[in-house]
Design a protein around this ligand. Structure first.
Ligand SMILES: C[C@@](CO)(OP(=O)(O)O)[C@H](O)COP(=O)(O)OP(=O)(O)OC[C@H]1O[C@@H](n2ccc(N)nc2=O)[C@H](O)[C@@H]1O
Ligand SMILES: Nc1ncnc2c1ncn2[C@@H]1O[C@H](COP(=O)(O)OP(=O)(O)O)[C@@H](O)[C@H]1O
Length: 278
Protein backbone atom coordinates (compact mmCIF):
# COMPACT_ATOMS: atom_id res chain seq x y z
CA UNK A 1 0.00 0.00 0.00
CA UNK A 2 1.20 3.54 -0.74
CA UNK A 3 -0.19 6.78 0.63
CA UNK A 4 -1.45 9.34 -1.88
CA UNK A 5 0.76 12.14 -0.58
CA UNK A 6 3.90 12.68 -2.65
CA UNK A 7 6.89 14.89 -1.86
CA UNK A 8 9.73 16.02 -4.10
CA UNK A 9 13.19 17.50 -3.56
CA UNK A 10 15.88 18.88 -5.87
CA UNK A 11 19.35 17.28 -5.70
CA UNK A 12 21.71 19.94 -7.08
CA UNK A 13 25.18 19.27 -8.47
CA UNK A 14 27.86 20.04 -5.87
CA UNK A 15 30.97 21.86 -7.07
CA UNK A 16 34.21 21.98 -5.06
CA UNK A 17 35.53 25.39 -6.16
CA UNK A 18 38.67 24.64 -4.15
CA UNK A 19 39.71 21.38 -2.48
CA UNK A 20 42.79 21.26 -0.28
CA UNK A 21 43.78 17.93 1.27
CA UNK A 22 45.36 18.77 4.63
CA UNK A 23 45.99 15.40 6.28
CA UNK A 24 44.88 11.81 6.74
CA UNK A 25 43.09 10.16 9.67
CA UNK A 26 44.20 6.86 11.16
CA UNK A 27 41.24 5.15 9.40
CA UNK A 28 42.56 6.29 6.01
CA UNK A 29 40.01 9.05 5.38
CA UNK A 30 41.53 12.35 4.31
CA UNK A 31 41.10 15.75 5.98
CA UNK A 32 39.74 18.33 3.58
CA UNK A 33 39.38 22.08 3.42
CA UNK A 34 37.01 22.91 0.60
CA UNK A 35 34.85 25.76 -0.71
CA UNK A 36 31.63 24.29 -2.04
CA UNK A 37 28.77 25.77 -4.07
CA UNK A 38 25.69 24.25 -5.71
CA UNK A 39 24.36 24.48 -9.27
CA UNK A 40 20.84 25.25 -10.44
CA UNK A 41 21.04 21.91 -12.24
CA UNK A 42 20.55 18.51 -10.64
CA UNK A 43 18.60 15.31 -10.09
CA UNK A 44 15.05 15.13 -8.71
CA UNK A 45 13.90 12.75 -5.99
CA UNK A 46 10.23 12.17 -5.23
CA UNK A 47 8.42 9.58 -3.12
CA UNK A 48 5.32 8.57 -1.26
CA UNK A 49 5.34 6.47 1.91
CA UNK A 50 4.88 2.75 1.18
CA UNK A 51 5.02 -0.60 2.97
CA UNK A 52 7.96 -1.67 0.83
CA UNK A 53 11.08 0.22 -0.16
CA UNK A 54 11.15 0.73 -3.95
CA UNK A 55 13.14 2.82 -6.43
CA UNK A 56 12.74 3.55 -10.10
CA UNK A 57 15.46 5.52 -11.86
CA UNK A 58 14.47 7.66 -14.88
CA UNK A 59 15.94 10.61 -16.76
CA UNK A 60 18.60 11.17 -19.43
CA UNK A 61 21.51 9.85 -17.32
CA UNK A 62 19.74 6.89 -15.67
CA UNK A 63 21.76 4.26 -17.57
CA UNK A 64 24.23 2.43 -15.33
CA UNK A 65 22.95 3.96 -12.08
CA UNK A 66 22.31 1.14 -9.59
CA UNK A 67 18.64 0.53 -8.80
CA UNK A 68 19.23 -1.90 -5.91
CA UNK A 69 20.13 -1.37 -2.23
CA UNK A 70 23.50 0.16 -3.16
CA UNK A 71 21.72 3.24 -4.55
CA UNK A 72 22.27 6.08 -2.09
CA UNK A 73 18.56 7.00 -2.18
CA UNK A 74 17.69 3.58 -0.76
CA UNK A 75 20.67 3.62 1.61
CA UNK A 76 19.42 6.96 2.97
CA UNK A 77 15.91 5.55 3.53
CA UNK A 78 17.26 2.47 5.33
CA UNK A 79 19.53 4.72 7.42
CA UNK A 80 16.50 6.89 8.33
CA UNK A 81 14.43 3.78 9.18
CA UNK A 82 11.70 4.73 6.65
CA UNK A 83 10.02 2.88 3.82
CA UNK A 84 8.88 4.69 0.66
CA UNK A 85 8.34 4.30 -3.06
CA UNK A 86 10.97 6.54 -4.68
CA UNK A 87 11.48 7.94 -8.14
CA UNK A 88 14.90 9.34 -9.01
CA UNK A 89 15.25 11.48 -12.14
CA UNK A 90 18.94 11.34 -13.07
CA UNK A 91 20.20 14.46 -14.85
CA UNK A 92 23.77 14.38 -13.48
CA UNK A 93 26.52 11.97 -14.53
CA UNK A 94 27.48 9.41 -11.85
CA UNK A 95 30.95 8.99 -10.32
CA UNK A 96 31.72 12.47 -11.61
CA UNK A 97 32.99 14.54 -8.66
CA UNK A 98 29.76 16.55 -8.42
CA UNK A 99 28.22 14.53 -5.62
CA UNK A 100 25.35 13.07 -7.61
CA UNK A 101 24.71 10.10 -5.33
CA UNK A 102 25.33 12.13 -2.16
CA UNK A 103 22.98 14.91 -3.31
CA UNK A 104 20.35 12.26 -4.13
CA UNK A 105 20.73 10.82 -0.60
CA UNK A 106 20.31 14.29 0.93
CA UNK A 107 17.23 14.95 -1.24
CA UNK A 108 15.76 11.58 -0.25
CA UNK A 109 16.12 12.57 3.41
CA UNK A 110 14.38 15.91 2.72
CA UNK A 111 11.54 14.03 1.00
CA UNK A 112 11.18 11.66 3.96
CA UNK A 113 11.18 14.61 6.37
CA UNK A 114 8.34 16.21 4.37
CA UNK A 115 6.35 12.97 4.32
CA UNK A 116 6.83 11.96 7.97
CA UNK A 117 7.42 15.28 9.76
CA UNK A 118 10.46 13.68 11.43
CA UNK A 119 13.78 15.55 10.99
CA UNK A 120 16.88 13.63 9.90
CA UNK A 121 19.58 12.99 12.50
CA UNK A 122 21.96 15.56 10.98
CA UNK A 123 24.82 14.77 13.37
CA UNK A 124 25.12 11.30 11.80
CA UNK A 125 24.81 12.21 8.10
CA UNK A 126 28.47 11.44 7.34
CA UNK A 127 27.71 7.75 8.01
CA UNK A 128 26.05 7.80 4.56
CA UNK A 129 29.16 9.24 2.86
CA UNK A 130 31.62 12.08 3.36
CA UNK A 131 29.72 14.35 0.92
CA UNK A 132 26.23 13.82 2.37
CA UNK A 133 26.47 16.53 5.11
CA UNK A 134 27.49 19.20 2.59
CA UNK A 135 24.79 18.12 0.13
CA UNK A 136 22.15 18.15 2.89
CA UNK A 137 23.30 21.71 3.76
CA UNK A 138 22.93 22.59 0.06
CA UNK A 139 24.30 26.15 0.10
CA UNK A 140 27.67 27.86 -0.31
CA UNK A 141 29.95 26.74 2.50
CA UNK A 142 33.40 25.80 3.67
CA UNK A 143 33.68 22.07 4.34
CA UNK A 144 36.31 20.60 6.68
CA UNK A 145 37.14 17.44 8.64
CA UNK A 146 36.44 14.52 6.33
CA UNK A 147 33.31 16.38 5.18
CA UNK A 148 31.28 16.56 8.39
CA UNK A 149 32.25 20.12 9.41
CA UNK A 150 30.20 22.68 7.52
CA UNK A 151 30.41 26.46 7.91
CA UNK A 152 28.12 28.71 5.84
CA UNK A 153 29.96 31.36 3.82
CA UNK A 154 28.52 34.36 2.08
CA UNK A 155 29.64 34.05 -1.56
CA UNK A 156 28.36 35.93 -4.62
CA UNK A 157 26.66 33.70 -7.18
CA UNK A 158 28.85 32.95 -10.17
CA UNK A 159 28.23 31.71 -13.71
CA UNK A 160 29.96 28.47 -14.74
CA UNK A 161 30.28 25.83 -17.42
CA UNK A 162 30.40 22.22 -16.18
CA UNK A 163 32.02 19.65 -18.46
CA UNK A 164 32.35 15.89 -18.04
CA UNK A 165 34.09 13.68 -20.62
CA UNK A 166 31.85 10.71 -19.72
CA UNK A 167 34.68 8.83 -18.06
CA UNK A 168 33.88 7.62 -14.54
CA UNK A 169 36.58 8.19 -11.92
CA UNK A 170 36.38 6.25 -8.66
CA UNK A 171 36.98 8.48 -5.62
CA UNK A 172 39.05 5.94 -3.57
CA UNK A 173 41.45 5.44 -6.51
CA UNK A 174 42.06 9.19 -6.77
CA UNK A 175 42.76 9.57 -3.03
CA UNK A 176 44.98 6.47 -3.29
CA UNK A 177 47.19 8.12 -5.89
CA UNK A 178 47.59 11.39 -3.97
CA UNK A 179 51.33 12.02 -3.43
CA UNK A 180 51.29 14.59 -0.59
CA UNK A 181 48.62 14.44 2.09
CA UNK A 182 49.69 17.31 4.35
CA UNK A 183 49.05 20.33 2.20
CA UNK A 184 48.32 23.91 3.26
CA UNK A 185 44.69 24.68 4.17
CA UNK A 186 42.65 27.41 2.49
CA UNK A 187 43.70 30.91 3.52
CA UNK A 188 41.25 33.03 5.53
CA UNK A 189 38.54 34.17 3.15
CA UNK A 190 38.82 37.88 2.28
CA UNK A 191 35.61 39.85 1.65
CA UNK A 192 34.31 38.53 -1.69
CA UNK A 193 31.68 41.01 -2.84
CA UNK A 194 31.51 40.13 -6.53
CA UNK A 195 31.91 37.11 -8.78
CA UNK A 196 35.08 38.75 -10.08
CA UNK A 197 36.55 38.95 -6.53
CA UNK A 198 35.67 35.31 -5.93
CA UNK A 199 37.28 34.14 -9.18
CA UNK A 200 40.48 36.14 -8.52
CA UNK A 201 40.74 34.69 -4.99
CA UNK A 202 40.21 31.13 -6.22
CA UNK A 203 42.74 31.52 -9.03
CA UNK A 204 45.46 33.12 -6.94
CA UNK A 205 45.18 31.40 -3.56
CA UNK A 206 43.49 28.02 -3.93
CA UNK A 207 43.71 24.71 -5.82
CA UNK A 208 42.26 21.22 -6.10
CA UNK A 209 44.86 18.81 -4.69
CA UNK A 210 43.03 15.88 -6.30
CA UNK A 211 43.60 17.21 -9.82
CA UNK A 212 47.09 15.69 -10.40
CA UNK A 213 46.16 12.15 -9.22
CA UNK A 214 42.86 12.24 -11.15
CA UNK A 215 44.72 13.40 -14.27
CA UNK A 216 47.14 10.49 -13.90
CA UNK A 217 44.19 8.05 -13.77
CA UNK A 218 42.13 9.73 -16.51
CA UNK A 219 44.34 11.79 -18.85
CA UNK A 220 41.26 13.08 -20.71
CA UNK A 221 40.78 15.45 -17.75
CA UNK A 222 43.77 17.38 -19.16
CA UNK A 223 41.87 17.88 -22.41
CA UNK A 224 38.75 18.99 -20.50
CA UNK A 225 40.79 21.60 -18.62
CA UNK A 226 42.57 22.80 -21.77
CA UNK A 227 39.30 23.20 -23.65
CA UNK A 228 37.66 25.03 -20.71
CA UNK A 229 40.62 27.42 -20.39
CA UNK A 230 40.33 28.05 -24.15
CA UNK A 231 36.68 29.19 -24.02
CA UNK A 232 36.08 32.89 -24.59
CA UNK A 233 35.48 34.65 -21.27
CA UNK A 234 36.68 31.72 -19.08
CA UNK A 235 38.50 33.19 -16.07
CA UNK A 236 39.35 29.97 -14.23
CA UNK A 237 39.16 26.28 -15.12
CA UNK A 238 39.51 23.55 -12.48
CA UNK A 239 38.36 20.04 -11.59
CA UNK A 240 35.58 19.46 -9.02
CA UNK A 241 35.96 16.84 -6.24
CA UNK A 242 37.76 13.71 -7.41
CA UNK A 243 36.74 14.34 -11.04
CA UNK A 244 36.28 13.93 -13.84
CA UNK A 245 33.85 16.88 -14.05
CA UNK A 246 35.63 20.20 -14.45
CA UNK A 247 34.23 23.72 -14.35
CA UNK A 248 35.08 27.10 -15.84
CA UNK A 249 33.95 30.35 -14.19
CA UNK A 250 32.71 33.42 -16.05
CA UNK A 251 31.78 37.01 -15.18
CA UNK A 252 28.39 36.70 -16.87
CA UNK A 253 25.88 33.92 -17.54
CA UNK A 254 25.56 34.97 -21.21
CA UNK A 255 29.27 34.31 -21.73
CA UNK A 256 28.95 30.93 -19.99
CA UNK A 257 25.99 29.93 -22.21
CA UNK A 258 27.85 30.91 -25.40
CA UNK A 259 30.95 29.04 -24.19
CA UNK A 260 28.92 25.92 -23.29
CA UNK A 261 27.43 25.88 -26.81
CA UNK A 262 30.92 26.22 -28.32
CA UNK A 263 32.30 23.36 -26.19
CA UNK A 264 29.32 21.13 -27.01
CA UNK A 265 30.00 21.73 -30.70
CA UNK A 266 33.68 20.79 -30.22
CA UNK A 267 32.92 17.68 -28.13
CA UNK A 268 29.30 16.57 -28.68
CA UNK A 269 30.10 13.35 -26.77
CA UNK A 270 30.78 15.25 -23.51
CA UNK A 271 28.21 16.33 -20.91
CA UNK A 272 28.32 20.13 -20.92
CA UNK A 273 26.08 22.67 -19.21
CA UNK A 274 26.02 26.38 -18.34
CA UNK A 275 24.84 26.93 -14.76
CA UNK A 276 24.63 29.38 -11.90
CA UNK A 277 26.56 28.40 -8.77
CA UNK A 278 25.31 29.71 -5.42
C1 LIG B 1 36.14 13.96 -2.92
C2 LIG B 1 34.80 14.53 -2.55
C3 LIG B 1 35.01 16.03 -2.18
O1 LIG B 1 33.78 16.70 -1.93
O2 LIG B 1 33.85 14.56 -3.60
P1 LIG B 1 33.46 13.60 -4.85
O3 LIG B 1 34.61 13.47 -5.77
O4 LIG B 1 33.04 12.28 -4.30
O5 LIG B 1 32.29 14.29 -5.50
C4 LIG B 1 34.21 13.83 -1.30
O6 LIG B 1 35.05 14.01 -0.18
C5 LIG B 1 33.95 12.37 -1.44
O7 LIG B 1 32.79 12.08 -0.73
P2 LIG B 1 31.99 10.67 -0.92
O8 LIG B 1 31.98 10.31 -2.36
O9 LIG B 1 30.69 10.83 -0.20
O10 LIG B 1 32.96 9.73 -0.16
P3 LIG B 1 32.71 8.35 0.64
O11 LIG B 1 31.71 7.55 -0.11
O12 LIG B 1 32.47 8.64 2.08
O13 LIG B 1 34.14 7.69 0.51
C6 LIG B 1 34.61 7.10 -0.66
C7 LIG B 1 36.09 6.87 -0.51
O14 LIG B 1 36.80 8.10 -0.75
C8 LIG B 1 37.89 8.25 0.14
N1 LIG B 1 37.71 9.45 0.96
C9 LIG B 1 36.52 10.12 0.95
C10 LIG B 1 36.37 11.28 1.69
C11 LIG B 1 37.47 11.72 2.48
N2 LIG B 1 37.38 12.83 3.21
N3 LIG B 1 38.62 11.03 2.49
C12 LIG B 1 38.76 9.90 1.73
O15 LIG B 1 39.82 9.30 1.75
C13 LIG B 1 37.96 6.96 0.94
O16 LIG B 1 38.82 6.09 0.24
C14 LIG B 1 36.54 6.43 0.86
O17 LIG B 1 36.51 5.02 0.99
N1 LIG C 1 21.82 7.86 -6.70
C1 LIG C 1 23.00 7.59 -7.25
N2 LIG C 1 23.43 8.30 -8.31
C2 LIG C 1 24.65 8.04 -8.85
N3 LIG C 1 25.47 7.08 -8.42
C3 LIG C 1 25.10 6.36 -7.36
C4 LIG C 1 23.84 6.57 -6.74
N4 LIG C 1 23.75 5.72 -5.71
C5 LIG C 1 24.88 4.99 -5.68
N5 LIG C 1 25.70 5.34 -6.67
C6 LIG C 1 27.06 4.80 -6.89
O1 LIG C 1 27.93 5.74 -6.28
C7 LIG C 1 29.12 5.90 -7.03
C8 LIG C 1 29.61 7.36 -6.90
O2 LIG C 1 28.68 8.18 -7.56
P1 LIG C 1 28.49 9.74 -7.28
O3 LIG C 1 28.00 9.98 -5.92
O4 LIG C 1 27.64 10.26 -8.40
O5 LIG C 1 29.96 10.26 -7.52
P2 LIG C 1 31.02 11.16 -6.77
O6 LIG C 1 31.30 10.49 -5.46
O7 LIG C 1 32.20 11.19 -7.68
O8 LIG C 1 30.44 12.51 -6.61
C9 LIG C 1 28.77 5.47 -8.44
O9 LIG C 1 29.80 4.70 -8.96
C10 LIG C 1 27.46 4.70 -8.34
O10 LIG C 1 27.62 3.34 -8.66
Amino acid sequence: MTTAERAEAFAPAKVNLALHVTGQRADGYHLLDSLVMFANLGDRVSACLADQLRLSVTGPLAEGVPTGPENLVLKAAVWAGQSADFELEKNLPAAAGIGGGSSDAAAALRVLEALTGQPADVGRLAELGADVPVCYFGRACRMAGVGEQIEAVDLPRVAAVLANPRVEVETPHVFGKLAAKNNAPLPELPPLGSASDLIAFLREQTRNDLEPPALALAPVIGEVLDRLWGLEGARLARMSGSGATCFALFDEIGAAETAAAALSAQRPDWWVSAVWLS
